[in-house]
Each structure stands twice: as structure tokens, then as C-alpha cells.
Write a protein that binds this ligand. Structure first.
Ligand SMILES: [Mg+2]
Length: 408
């Protein structure tokens, strides 16, 4: 079952001594294959090999959160309305999601990763970066053993990418998944990009596989005749900056396979918050909700601007007598989304505030921060698309932003 084993182009070509004079890093990116579906298959082995989807019911405007590889072979995709998915496959089995269970399995996987190194950055429920630079071992062998043990001990298939940085490691994983020729089966991808060959590896890939290239940027690039990452790399950096501002510089760097971001562990947790003190105490719930809405919007904007997302959402309330309370909740996955933050804080406020109780100060905060989650949460229609659009809006609004990142 182990397959789709791709070294690019060959590990033997690796020559670390001549790489830029810097100490090379080794970053491992691991992404579980069709995670929710794999967990459901463990619970109910009869699902194995069948077309099924985890998600909401079609008559309740449900969306596909995850689908089996047999379903993918029929054209069904994540984020697709379930009503459309059942048109593509009349016999599609619909399984409603069980977040709690997925959380438990996710934790088991993350424990395994942490047993290798403390340098683990979890970026979503089923995805993480590991900095394995300092582990004295054959790195691909180590990664393969990890992938196999997750499969054998936890029954979860995954794909792995290894490279000198996070950007390239993550794309390596995606390439491994996409180039799988197996039907009805997880890709179990394994892709190694040797140090020094990052740009060569990225070059033939479509431009929108780079972080920061959303639909809008991609359309603009296409107008310029830029279709692949290599096309971006071939443009002068200066011109890209003229066209896209500071993002142009990132684009150029990323297209050359340059990414110096560290694997950030939870000990470097930050928090982002907003608070408002009213001139006159407010008892009207609508007004309080309006403030929470504005604050959630600003916090989400700051998260996206800094390419971050957080798991813990907090509301702060000060009553007329100056007593101050905070209440917090942990979301199943990290978010940089206004609506998710807003829904969470409204719920927290309602749970603690007596009817008509006057409020002097109100605030919203998000912590447990790391890199953003790029995976759709359950029932979330087109959230990836709207996030990318939101990034464009954010850039326009940038001049209004004030830095409110604090070390926590
Ligand atoms: Mg995954």
C-alpha cells in the first residue's frame, strides 16, 4: 500500500555543503488523507472503499466537509453542496460529522509527532509542520517510519512532504497527494525536495499553489501571461513589487522557494484583542452585539493580516460596579474568521450576562495562535474562497490597521 514515493529528482543530488552558506533546515509537513472519512472508516469498516461523504444533509443546505477517495473519483469535492454531490452519485452515503471524535484522533496523531520533537506546529486538526533539522537520523527514513506508524497503529493514512522550509514542504505534500494514480484509495504521498532544488521543484506548478495567490491575484497574473510558479520566478522582483506592492516581494521570494518562517510552537503564543469602554453604560443587547461584531471583525482582520489564526476565543465584560470578568471557549479548529469569532463571543456573553445588565466595557480576544487553518471547517460554504477575497479587502483596509499583537 505504500506508494507514490517521489524524490525530487533524486535525494542523491542533495549537496548541502554548497547551499547558500547557511545551515539548512529540514521541515516535515504531514497532512492526514481525507481525515474525517478515515476516522469514520475506523468506526465503521463497511464504509471502506465506498463513495461516502462527511457533511450536512442535502435538504438542509449541507456541504461536503470531507469525502472518501471513491467519492472523489466521481468528481465529489470538499465544500461542494451536498445536493450537488448526490447528483454526481445517487448512492452516496452521507455521514454526519463527529467533531469530538475527530479531535480525539487528531490528538493521538499530534502526540506521536511530539514524541519525535517538541518543534511541532499544528496548523489544523489534521496537519502539522515539524522541524526535524536537529534529529540525528536519515530524515526521509524517519519520516517514512512516522507515516507508517500512524497508518499501522492509528489506522490513519497520511501524506508527507520534506523540504528545507515550510512553504516547499507543504506544497510537496500537496503534489504528492495530487500525483497519486490510485483510485478509491488514499494517496499516501511521500515527497522529498532536496535542499537547493526548491525553485526547480516549484517551477512547473500552477501559480495558485503558492500561498498568497488567491483568485484575484491569479487572474491578474494570468493576464500578464504568468501561469506557473516558474513564470513568477522569472519576473523581475521590482516589477512584481510595482504590481502587487509588498506582496509582490513575497511572491517573488516564495516562487524561488525561499521561506524563512520558523516552525512556531505553542510556547510562542500570542493574543490579539480589541476592547471598548462606553461613555455611558449600555444595557441594550443589540448595541452590545453590534460592538462585538465590530471587534470580531477587527480581530479577524488583524489575524489575517499577520497570517495567523487562533483557537481560543475570549469575551471580556466590565459591569457598572467595575467588576471585570472574562469567559473563553476553545474552538475545534483555529480561525481567522469574523463570523466564527462573533458567534462564539455572543454565546459567551449571553451565558454570563443577566437580562438588561449594564455593561461599561466590552472586549473580544483570540489566543492559542498559530499559522492559519487552510482546511474547511464542517458545514462551511466556500470559506476558503471567501477567506481569499477577504485578504484582498484586508489589504485595501490596511492603512486603518493598528498593531495590536501582544506577546501572551
Ligand atoms: Mg488533510
Amino acid at each position: 500500500m505504500v506508494g507514490n514515493f517521489s524524490y525530487f529528482p533524486s535525494l542523491l543530488a542533495q549537496n548541502r555543503l554548497h547551499y547558500n552558506g547557511r545551515m539548512p533546515r529540514t521541515i516535515l509537513h504531514l497532512d492526514l488523507d481525507a481525515f474525517y472519512c478515515s476516522v469514520e472508516e475506523i468506526q465503521n469498516p463497511q464504509l471502506r472503499g465506498k463513495p461516502f461523504a462527511v457533511g450536512g444533509k442535502p435538504d438542509e443546505r449541507g456541504v461536503v466537509a470531507s469525502c472518501s477517495y471513491a467519492a472523489r473519483a466521481l468528481g465529489i469535492r470538499s465544500a461542494m453542496p451536498m445536493s450537488r454531490a448526490i447528483k454526481l452519485c445517487r448512492d452516496l452515503i452521507i455521514v454526519s460529522g463527529r467533531h469530538h471524535l475527530y479531535g480525539e484522533y487528531s490528538q493521538k496523531v499530534m502526540e506521536k509527532l511530539h514524541s519525535l520533537t517538541p518543534l511541532v506546529e499544528q496548523i489544523s486538526i489534521d496537519e502539522a509542520f515539524l522541524d526535524i533539522s536537529d534529529i540525528q537520523a536519515d530524515k526521509p527514513r524517519l519520516a517514512l517510519d512516522l507515516q507508517l506508524s500512524i497508518r499501522n497503529e492509528l489506522n490513519l493514512p497520511s501524506s508527507v512532504g520534506i523540504a528545507s522550509n515550510k512553504l516547499v514542504a507543504k506544497i510537496a505534500t500537496e503534489v504528492g497527494k495530487k500525483s497519486s494514480k490510485k483510485k478509491n484509495e488514499p494517496p499516501f504521498g511521500f515527497t522529498v525536495v532536496p535542499t537547493g532544488e526548491e525553485a526547480k521543484f516549484l517551477s512547473p506548478l500552477p501559480a495558485d499553489m503558492l500561498w498568497g495567490v488567491g483568485p484575484k491575484t491569479n487572474a491578474r497574473l494570468a493576464e500578464l501571461g504568468i501561469h506557473t510558479i516558474g513564470d513568477i520566478a522569472n519576473w523581475p522582483e521590482k516589477e512584481l513589487v510595482n504590481l502587487f506592492g509588498e506582496n509582490g516581494r513575497d511572491l517573488w521570494q516564495h516562487a524561488h522557494g525561499i521561506d524563512n518562517r520558523p516552525v512556531s510552537t505553542e510556547s510562542e503564543t500570542k493574543s490579539i484583542s480589541q476592547e471598548t469602554t462606553y461613555n455611558v453604560d449600555v444595557s441594550d443587547e443589540k448595541t452590545l452585539e453590534k460592538t462585538l461584531r465590530e471587534q470580531s471583525k477587527e480581530v479577524a482582520r488583524q489575524l489575517r493580516k499577520n497570517d495567523l489564526a487562533g483557537k481560543t476565543v475570549k469575551v471580556k465584560l466590565r459591569w457598572s460596579d467595575f467588576t471585570t470578568i472574562t469567559r473563553q471557549t476553545t474552538l475545534p479548529t483555529s480561525t481567522d474568521n469574523e463570523e466564527e469569532i462573533f458567534q462564539a463571543v455572543v454565546k459567551l456573553m449571553k451565558a454570563v450576562r443577566k437580562p438588561n445588565q449594564p455593561v461599561r466595557l466590552i472586549g473580544v480576544g483570540v489566543s492559542g495562535i498559530g499559522a492559519p487553518v487552510r482546511q474547511l471547517s464542517l458545514w462551511d460554504v466556500g470559506s476558503e474562497k471567501s477567506r481569499k477575497l477577504q485578504e484582498v479587502v484586508d489589504q485595501l483596509q490596511d492603512k486603518y490597521g493598528k498593531s495590536i499583537i501582544k506577546k501572551g
